[in-house]
Design a protein around this ligand. Structure first.
Ligand code: 5GP
Length: 237
């Protein structure tokens, strides 16, 4: 597999073309941003952890029947993935109140829901990724009804698997954001990443935050939290 020109540089990753038009290489950076790029920093070693964690989780999800973009881990920071056209939605699943949910409804963090919730944000930096409902997704032509049915089913399946997996590591999966893409034939698959950047992960016993909220909220111990969550994942086997 030959690495070719850089196609894109995002906040946390770079994407390169390869000699195969159906495959791309993703390279994870240590750069961290929050609040739509208004807060910037570096989390030493984050790129390696996010790459390895995302791949480990996507491999497991594939074996559970969830189609993903993962093809092969090439190095500590680089992974070969299937090329997709990203559906411009952030798909957010919540098991416990936190973050924007707690703020929007004026409730405490930590309320355990009786069933998971699924919501969507329109991926648009200029608009600050606004919350969007299904009728507006259809009105804007962002995805079809059939595609959204698939996306919701897959998102809930991902949640059920990850919630149980993290529970086995002594970690509560509070919420997470995932993204989906379309292959050339229109098939919807899981893309982007699953990492402490995109999930809220709380120690089940102490409630300690082991995710990017330590960076967003200036809680300190950011690198240690990322290292600890990776250690738990590896210990789980
Ligand atoms: P909230 O809407 O409460 O801010 O975020 C809910 C979940 O989705 C959290 O786990 C958060 O990490 C993730 N999330 C939401 N928006 C983004 C985003 O723009 N970037 C990243 N990395 N994660 C996000």
């Amino acid at each position: 597999m030959e690495k070719r020109e850089q196609l894109y540089e995002g906040k946390a990753k770079k994407v390169y073309a390869t000699d195969d038009p159906a495959l791309l290489i993703v390279s994870y950076k240590d750069d961290a941003t929050a609040f739509n790029g208004k807060k910037k920093g570096t989390i030493a070693g984050k790129g390696v952890i996010n790459n390895q964690m995302s791949n480990a989780l996507m491999r497991r999800l594939e074996s559970q029947g969830v189609p993903t973009h993962f093809v092969e881990e090439l190095s500590e920071r680089e992974t070969l993935v299937k090329k997709v056209a990203i559906v411009p939605l952030e798909v957010i699943v919540r098991n416990v109140s936190a973050g924007s949910f707690a703020k929007r409804y004026g409730v405490a963090e930590g309320i355990v829901f009786s069933a998971p919730t699924v919501e969507f944000s329109y991926k648009n930096d200029a608009l600050d990724d606004p919350l969007i409902c299904l009728p507006h997704i259809f009105a804007l032509g962002l995805a079809t009804k059939e595609e959204m049915d698939t996306i919701i089913d897959l998102a809930l399946g991902v949640n059920a698997f990850l919630k149980e997996f993290w529970a086995g590591c002594g970690v509560t999966l509070v919420d997470f954001k995932i993204e989906f893409g379309r292959l050339a034939d229109g098939t919807i698959i899981l893309a982007d990443e699953i990492s402490p950047d995109t999930c809220r992960l709380w120690d089940s016993a102490t409630g300690e935050k082991l995710d990017k909220d330590r960076f967003r909220r200036d809680l300190g111990g950011v690198e240690d939290a990322y290292a600890e969550i990776m250690r738990r994942l590896k210990a789980h086997g």
